[in-house]
Ligand binder design. Structure first.
Ligand SMILES: Nc1ncnc2c1ncn2[C@@H]1O[C@H](COP(=O)(O)OP(=O)(O)OP(=O)(O)O)[C@@H](O)[C@H]1O
Ligand SMILES: [Mg+2]
Length: 247
């Protein structure tokens, strides 16, 4: 008998359409996307500006609803949830790293990191919290506010905030977009480590072939559709596909 390997999906988006209307204009930001994100895998999403990357992430993370199609996080179909249930599920299962960090300016780095847990009324597991802080290398900056941190340090706080909850899946929308190459390498190594050592699932949008090569799978979007996929990417194999698909 032919046995199918069992795949554990952290999140799935099935036959997904997202249409934005403004006046008579209609933009199909997602135009029939079906994709699963495996548990314990680091996936990168690439594609030209306007190809639907952020829309796919926001919908897969339950931050926005699809016009048609199905979003599943873990084994829960999001369409079965009301807004309150959706908020709770997101709090419990999803970490999101925004391009602009989205840190709270009046809270210290430490308070920013534990903020989602505080919201959920949970205490951080002390050992894990220490480990995350040691890994992000911010032990001596924890009492500083975001305005007293560099861009790279702020983004590390944002990644630590997503990791400390040990969510089922972390979505990171261009987490290294504004960073110098040193800070960028730190963040990428940190996320790749979390996947490798702790089985964390990460989905990351990036424009940078070097960043994409940290992932074990790269998906290419164009015009709201998936137009390519690479496993075990290298900088050069990613560049090859980008050349074929166009800017
Ligand atoms: N709230 C919105 N209202 C109307 N159109 C939108 C909205 N959000 C996105 N779009 C449109 O949907 C399409 C996909 O946008 P999206 O932000 O997902 O692209 P992207 O691949 O993330 O681009 P970038 O690389 O520039 O961040 C674009 O044509 C965009 O203009
Ligand atoms: Mg975007």
């Amino acid at each position: 008998m032919n046995q199918q390997p069992v795949v554990n999906w952290a999140a799935q988006v099935l036959s997904a359409y997202k249409v934005y209307r403004s006046g008579d204009d209609e933009v199909r930001a997602l135009d029939g996307v079906t994709v699963g994100f495996e548990s314990g895998r680091f996936t990168a999403i690439m594609g030209p500006s306007g190809s639907g990357k952020s829309t796919l992430m926001q919908c897969a993370a339950g931050l926005d609803r699809l016009s048609a199609g199905t979003t599943i996080i873990g084994d829960v179909d999001l369409s079965t949830l009301n807004e309150k249930q959706l908020t709770l599920l997101r709090r419990e299962k999803v970490g999101f790293v925004f391009q602009q960090f989205n840190l709270l300016p009046t809270l210290s780095a430490r308070e920013n990191i534990t903020f989602p847990l505080d919201l959920a009324g949970r205490r951080p597991d002390a050992g894990w919290m220490d480990h995350v802080i040691a890994t992000v290398g911010l032990a001596d900056r924890l009492d500083h506010r975001p305005s007293e941190l560099s861009g790279g340090q702020q983004q590390r706080v944002a990644v630590a905030r997503a990791l400390v909850e040990r969510p089922e899946i972390i979505f990171a929308d261009e987490p290294t977009g504004n960073l110098d190459s040193h800070s960028s390498t730190e963040i990428l190594t940190f996320m790749a480590d979390a996947v490798e050592r702790f089985g964390q699932s990460v989905v990351m949008v990036t424009h940078d072939p070097v960043a994409a090569a940290y992932a074990s799978r790269v998906l290419f979007l164009d015009d709201g559709r998936i137009v390519g996929e690479l496993l075990d990417p290298t900088r050069d194999s990613v560049l090859d596909v980008m050349r074929r698909i166009g800017p």
